[in-house]
Design a protein around this ligand. Structure first.
Ligand SMILES: Cc1cc2nc3c(=O)[nH]c(=O)nc-3n(C[C@H](O)[C@H](O)[C@H](O)COP(=O)(O)OP(=O)(O)OC[C@H]3O[C@@H](n4cnc5c(N)ncnc54)[C@H](O)[C@@H]3O)c2cc1C
Length: 478
């Protein structure tokens, strides 16, 4: 691959992310005649939802832990066919660390780090006329005493371990936090042989009743919920709503958790605590859109109903920066079906904009499907918005930023005594969010403790990069 930007051939479209949104976008764009390069940090396409075992594990039925595998399999084989025909280049194990505009040509340069099989790294660059950001999401973690014990894993992380490594985080796994992902995770863990004593959900599912019209218009989603519910019933998994794991206990690893009843604001109800033995805890409080590349480019964001920041997109999936489109979780957490729909819609809008390609006939149906799924997603997001009272789970010694080992007490001190009132000032005073994960883990919690809204994720690089690589950036790149 050429290493100087001026030597690069220009492709019509660069897609960042090969999850449902990026995969659907890349395939649909190639179907419409665009030349496409897909870059993904993962080794295989599929993203989080269609994560599947490495070929070396010789899984007989990789689809066993998925529903709607067909939607992935057909797109993955079309991607391969486009690659063979030279219409698509798929750069797997390529982490894009920045996207910049070439001031001389107006084209986009994507800078990536390519990881080799032995862990060696090499720089890579792609030049494109348009970019589709489909970078997905990561888990929202709200800390509690004991959350750093071995055996405490993310709920989505447990699902990822199972789907890609065929391993369970433990034999007796409590699943806790908030959001519909918990049901999927518990159903998968139980089906794979774990004992799941309970799904501990902080919200009340009764709040879904307020959104009845959105639910009724999405029978497919209700069917998905029923599928997971049936799995939980079969495996005798209890669902405790308006409850939270407020502490994890153990010495070398988690041995039990404290489960407390919550009030409407997620404040623990005194005297309601009970101990639940387990050897693993899978916990997550929803997902947070992964926006570093987009916000680095200056794309506008909006506050989503689950309290996270998502990209502000127009009906054609355009961001506020001309030439940059987005699809999937980047525009608000909504699930794999919405991501597939948005990816395809973005592709048709990009083909129209670059080549005047008429919109495919199915575009109108896709627009309706997107509206229906987005309404459902917003209803779910509102139902699982964390209540402010969760901070009542923390004692002053609880680590909030685990990278920099900053406890809750130090953050409270920065707010109460030193005048910090947003995540950024807390960070400057305490180093919370300055460590290896750059606040991806503690950011939502720190923002809440500081009393402000979620801080916009403004960082010029989306992963660690050697200084030499930065020095090689040509001056024509703004
Ligand atoms: C850990 C985890 C597990 C989940 N498990 C489930 C589940 O079991 N069931 C369910 O219904 N939903 C699950 N979800 C939700 C799931 O993310 C979405 O429903 C769906 O996958 C969204 O599709 P997407 O294409 O928007 O994003 P994703 O599927 O997340 O795909 C994003 C892709 O972008 C790539 N990427 C991100 N940044 C870069 C970069 N800078 N450079 C290169 N590549 C990049 C990632 O490697 C990834 O492949 C999970 C989410 C998480 C975070």
């Amino acid at each position: 691959m050429p290493t100087s930007p001026s030597d690069l051939a220009v492709v019509d479209l660069a897609v960042v992310g090969a999850g449902p949104a990026g995969l659907a976008g890349a395939v649909a764009a190639a179907d419409l005649g665009l030349g496409v390069t897909v870059l993904d940090a993962g080794e295989r396409p599929g993203g989080q939802f269609y994560r599947h075992p490495a070929p070396g594990l010789r899984a007989a039925r990789p689809e066993a832990l998925h529903h709607d595998w067909e939607a992935f399999a057909t797109r993955a084989s079309r991607l391969e066919a486009h690659c063979r025909a030279g219409r698509v280049t798929h750069l797997a194990a390529h982490h894009v660390w920045t996207v910049v505009r070439d001031a001389a040509t107006g084209e986009w340069l994507l800078h990536a780090v390519a990881s080799g099989p032995g862990g060696e790294e090499a720089p890579a660059m792609v030049r494109a006329r348009a970019v589709l950001l489909a970078t997905g999401a990561y888990e929202r973690q709200l800390p509690f005493p004991g959350w750093t014990l071995p055996g405490v894993v993310g709920a989505g992380g447990a699902q990822a371990m199972l789907k890609s490594g065929l391993v369970l985080p433990g034999r007796r796994v409590v699943v806790a936090g908030s959001g519909p992902l918990l049901l999927a995770v518990a159903a998968s863990l139980a089906a794979a042989g774990a004992t799941v004593p309970a799904v501990v959900e902080a919200s009340a599912y009764t709040s879904y009743a307020r959104e009845l019209p959105a639910l009724v218009r999405n029978p497919g989603k209700l069917g998905e919920g029923a599928l997971y519910g049936g799995g939980l019933l079969r495996h005798r998994v209890r669902l405790l709503t308006r409850h939270a794991v407020t502490a994890a206990h153990g010495t070398d690893r988690v041995e039990a958790v404290t489960v407390s009843r919550l009030d409407r604001d997620w404040r623990p109800v005194a005297g309601s605590e009970r101990r639940m033995p387990c050897d693993a805890l899978a916990v997550g409080h929803g997902l947070v859109p992964q926006l570093e590349l987009a916000t680095g480019l200056g794309c506008a964001t909006r506050r989503a109903p689950d309290g996270t920041l998502a990209l502000d997109l127009d009906p054609a999936q355009r961001t506020s920066v001309p030439g940059i489109w987005a699809a999937g979780e980047t525009g608000g957490i909504g699930g794999a079906q919405l991501a597939l729909t948005e990816g395809e819609l973005a592709a048709s809008a990009i083909a129209y904009e670059l080549h005047g390609t008429p919109r495919p006939r199915r575009a109108a149906a896709l627009v309706r499907r997107r509206a229906r799924l987005r309404r459902f997603a917003d209803a779910m997001a509102a139902a699982h918005l964390p209540g402010d009272g969760w901070t009542g789970w923390l004692d002053d010694a609880t680590l909030v930023c685990r990278c920099e080992e900053v406890p809750a007490g130090r953050i409270r001190e920065a707010v109460a005594d030193l005048g910090a009132h947003d995540a950024r000032s807390v960070k400057l005073l305490t180093r919370a969010g300055m460590g290896w994960c750059q606040g991806r883990m503690c950011g939502p919690a720190v923002a809440c403790l500081a009393g402000g809204g979620p801080a916009e994720d403004r960082r010029p690089l989306s992963c660690p990069v050697e200084l030499g690589r930065l020095a090689q950036l040509p001056p024509s790149v703004s």
